[in-house]
Design a protein around this ligand. Structure first.
Ligand code: RAM
Length: 904
């Protein structure tokens, strides 16, 4: 008896230990943790493995889904039960259970098995909740003010209604959207902590609504809803030609509050003719570019009330179609870092200025008490001029001005609602009291993307460059990837976005963000396959189709697939990819794309500076042909992954013809290119346009060109991202490092030396003599040139995906540039990857982390005759390391998951 119970205990214990050895964590659904209000009919489920043992691979999984948590845990009434599936897949598992219903929370769990015979426990219970899956789920009506504003600038209307609740509320959801930007309050409290809702999409085709769990905001008895609507992208100034009302003249609200009482009764409060509207709210005017005027004295009009007092007018209901309503795919925009003023000072001109030490995007929050009616004005600028004065000319026609009228009654907490500013400095007028961190703070506002990457080295200038790249990303990822966040532009330029995508994916989890933006690309792509230069498309049709801009349609989906391994996304974008290639084919002649408007190698090192006459100009049709090939290659790659075999064949033949046409038109028999610029050689080599036998000489010409410019780059938007990659790939890693570490203009570190805290639009936004580039185009927060970040992660620390989504990883650091150490981390969909090296006294220490359920190929450079150890033991004695071989002076090996400390 005693023996058996001991035996049982032993069995139980060993099961427990095995389970502990393997756990499932960080469950996500469509890239989000426990999302509420999604409308995907087949959401994709992902999880990470946490394993105590090295070399752990998932061998099987089991998923289950139920609408009740208890049923789920008891394995009863399941909506879906995958059963044990022998598979290593732990990312993007599509839901395959019973059809999903609207407004339903689905709970789910997973457990896994591994190659060491461990079984995990069932994971924690996670959930996703569906929103309104069909237009019929909407009972609310669109409402507008009864007075037409005819699209004129004016106060942001408020929409309000009070309602009685009969008892305690068990569950309540608010489904809401607007024409314009909404801020919703229930009983005086802001709903959610998001800004710029409903976000910016191609509104007439895709308008997002948000879902909020507002259970805790309601109470039995009297309640009040109040929604203020700002002009935003919908009808404020947009695009630099001073256009207002691009999507419509009147703002409007769609509001559906669904309540379930504790006793099970249901009730819905919807926008309809029973609502009231008023123009007497505190937001007197708001505009994305120009800023906001806010009168705190009028806050009293927002106090919870019956909405019957003077000034509240009837609303009108409008019959807008509802089939453009979609749930958000991307992240919400919210508040992030806060900055206290580094300095508050008077400029030589005598203006009162605060410096926040960082060029950022968001706004300044003031806490002030003053006389009722006093006006405090804040202006925003990115830089001071060379005399130290406040400089706003590069903002063109964006006023970036917030005006606050104080209430006098209390300490006002002042911040704008429907605008954002790009700035490092503010000028304060109308207030002379003390300003410090207690009453003056800058708040960074951007899309909620989890930081995924870290990169640091022994070189402080390089670390500042990395910080500048990251801040460029934060500031320009406010719902849409924009070119710049400050002047009267702030548009989703397609070229900029494709150039920066890979770097962006290293720094932050941008999967959901780009998944959303690509949906807008799909709907805004022209019927003939042509692609606009900005998405959402607000520019004239004639601008569409520029090489390197339109190619976003194939580049981002393919790069996205590499970064996140999401086949469904690739499948979703496939028609768009193909349509773009077909568009080029339709306008090309003899396989040459040599027509249409092109931006070319935008903002390359300019002729005026090119005194030696070594042209940095690249023929625009040469560039177009290179991208035609690149897009076709991306399409072939996608077709292969998706098993579209007929397309693989068709486009492989087309690609051959495109490359041949390129050779005939732009390359001499000895391999000289018609444009002798860096960008020309970079594109030809990066896109494999030259036959093998002409590549080495082309790379040599490129390296010579760099040397001829005294180790300076001359590339613009299109050549820059690939420049160092091509040099490293063809044996000129040392030249790539020289470019990276170059401190004089034109280079990446020149702006850093000039005090930049973000990436500049132009290599010489501030010239060596301290004067500025042309005011017409001189943004100090433009991420495109930050595309070097991709090379830094991939080459300096050597983290690359060998299989999509980092299922197989390459760790191949290439130290150089006299760096003593470099370290990078990356959160992949499988978990954290790390590569961190230090070189001291000729010895290298390299730490590598490989997440569970992945394997890595590790390349230790120049180690031919060296003894290599891992945590003190010779590497050939380590179980998790296999296939050790010497290739061209490097040691290559395969490693399973785990942490490794190499030394040689
Ligand atoms: C500028 C934008 C953007 C660029 C286009 C061609 O106005 O700032 O960066 O893509 O022009």
């Amino acid at each position: 008896m005693r023996k058996t119970s001991l035996f049982l205990l032993f069995i139980l214990l060993s099961i427990f230990v095995r389970a502990q050895k393997l756990q499932v964590s960080e469950l996500t659904c469509n890239y989000k943790s426990n999302p509420v209000g999604i409308d995907a009919l087949q959401p994709q489920l992902s999880w990470k493995l946490e394993a105590a043992e090295r070399n752990t691979m998932q061998t099987a999984y089991e998923l289950r889904v139920a609408v009740s948590k208890t049923d789920l845990q008891n394995g009863r009434q399941l909506e879906w039960q995958s059963g044990k599936v022998n598979s290593g897949q732990s990312a993007h598992l599509p839901y395959k259970g019973a059809a999903l219903k609207s407004k339903t929370r689905y709970y789910w769990q997973v457990r896994v098995w591994d190659n060491h015979k461990n079984t995990s426990e069932w994971s924690d219970v996670n959930y996703w909740e569906t929103g309104l899956l069909t237009p019929n789920d909407w009972t609310a009506k669109w409402i507008q003010t009864s007075t037409d504003t005819e699209g004129k600038v004016g106060p942001a209307p408020m929409f309000g209604r009070s309602f009685d609740l009969l008892g305690p509320v068990k569950n309540a959801r608010l489904y809401i959207t607007a024409h314009g930007l909404y801020e919703a309050k229930l009983n005086g409290q802001k709903v959610g902590d998001h800004y710029f809702t409903p976000g910016w999409t191609s509104y007439h085709k895709r308008l997002q609504y948000q879902t909020y769990d507002v259970t805790a905001m309601l109470r039995p008895g009297k309640n009040a809803a109040l929604v203020t609507i700002g002009d935003g992208w919908y009808r404020g100034n947009l695009e630099f030609n001073h256009k207002r009302n691009l999507y419509g003249k009147e703002v409007g609200l769609l509001f559906q509050l669904e309540i379930e009482y504790a006793n099970g009764r249901k009730e819905t409060i919807s926008s309809d003719e029973n609502w009231k509207a008023s123009f007497n709210g505190p937001v007197k005017a708001s505009d994305i570019y120009n800023g906001e005027t806010y009168d705190a004295r009028l806050e009293k009009n927002t106090a919870v009330q019956e909405f019957t007092t003077a000034g509240w007018q009837k609303v009108k209901t409008v019959d807008f179609k509802l089939d453009n309503l979609v749930a958000p795919i991307g992240p919400a925009v919210s508040k992030h870092e806060r900055f206290a003023p580094a300095k508050v000072f008077k400029t030589p001109k005598g203006e009162l200025v605060a410096d926040f030490g960082q060029n950022l995007v968001g706004w300044v929050q003031l806490k002030l008490k003053g006389k009722a009616g006093d006006t405090v004005t804040l202006n925003h600028a990115e830089v001071l001029d060379k005399d130290g004065n406040f400089y706003t000319e590069n903002l063109r026609n964006a006023r970036q001005e917030n005006k606050y009228i104080l209430s006098g009654a209390k300490t006002d907490v002042l911040e704008p609602h429907f605008t954002f500013q790009g700035f490092r400095y503010i000028k304060i007028s109308g207030y002379n009291g003390k300003l410090d961190s207690t009453n003056l703070n800058a708040i960074a506002i951007y899309s909620d993307m989890a930081p995924s990457g870290k990169f640091a080295t022994s070189n402080p200038l390089l670390n500042q460059l990395q910080s500048n790249i990251q801040w460029g990303q934060k500031g320009n990822f406010v719902d849409v990837p924009t070119d710049c966040p400050q002047r009267d532009e702030r548009l989703g330029w397609t070229g900029d976005a494709q150039v920066f995508f890979k770097t962006a994916a290293y720094n932050m989890d941008v999967a959901a963000f780009f998944s959303k933006w690509l949906s807008d690309l799909n709907v805004d792509q022209h019927a003939n396959g042509n692609v606009p230069v900005v998405i959402p498309d607000v520019r004239a049709i004639k601008n569409a189709g520029s090489a390197g801009w339109g190619d976003v349609a194939t580049i981002i989906p393919w790069d996205f697939y590499q970064a996140y391994g999401d086949k469904a996304l690739l499948a979703r974008q496939y028609n768009s990819m193909k349509a773009w290639v077909e568009y080029i084919r339709s306008i090309s002649k003899n396989n040459l794309w040599n027509s249409g408007p092109h931006y070319g190698d935008w903002l390359f090192y300019t002729m005026a500076d090119d005194r030696d006459g070594k042209a940095a100009i690249t023929d625009k049709f040469f560039i177009a042909q290179a991208f035609y090939a690149h897009s076709t290659q991306n399409l072939i790659n996608a077709a292969k992954v998706l098993g579209n075999n007929a397309d693989v064949q068709t486009y492989t033949e087309l690609l051959k013809a495109i490359k041949q046409a390129f050779l005939n038109e732009y390359v001499t028999p000895s391999g000289r290119l018609v444009s002798s610029s860096q960008t020309a050689y970079v594109l030809a080599l990066n896109f494999d346009l030259l036959p093998e036998n002409l590549r080495a000489q082309a790379a040599q010409r490129l390296a010579d060109n760099v040397a001829a410019y005294g180790n300076h780059l001359t590339t613009g938007f299109l050549g820059t991202p690939y420049l160092c990659h091509v040099l490293s790939r063809f044996g000129y890693n040392d030249v790539a490092y020289k470019l990276l570490l170059q401190e004089t203009y034109p280079s990446w570190l020149y702006p850093v030396k000039k005090g930049a805290t973000t990436i500049w639009e132009r290599w010489d936004g501030i010239k060596p003599d301290g004067s500025f580039q042309a005011v017409s185009m001189n943004s100090f927060n433009h991420y495109a040139y930050g595309a070097i970040g991709d090379w830094m992660y991939r080459t300096v620390t050597g983290i690359t995906e060998l299989e999509p989504g980092y299922k197989k990883i390459s760790i191949a650091p290439k130290p150089g540039g006299n760096l003593k150490n470099a370290s990078a981390e990356l959160q992949t969909i499988y978990g954290k990857v790390k590569s961190s090296w230090t070189i001291e006294g000729g010895r290298t220490k390299l730490t590598v982390i490989i997440p569970a359920n992945t394997t890595a190929k590790i390349v230790l450079p120049n180690t031919a005759n060296l003894k290599i150890t891992e945590s003190g033991t010779a590497i050939d004695k380590i179980k998790a390391i296999t296939d050790v071989k010497n290739v061209a002076g490097n040691t290559e090996l395969t490693a399973g998951s785990g942490t490794y400390q190499f030394e040689y």
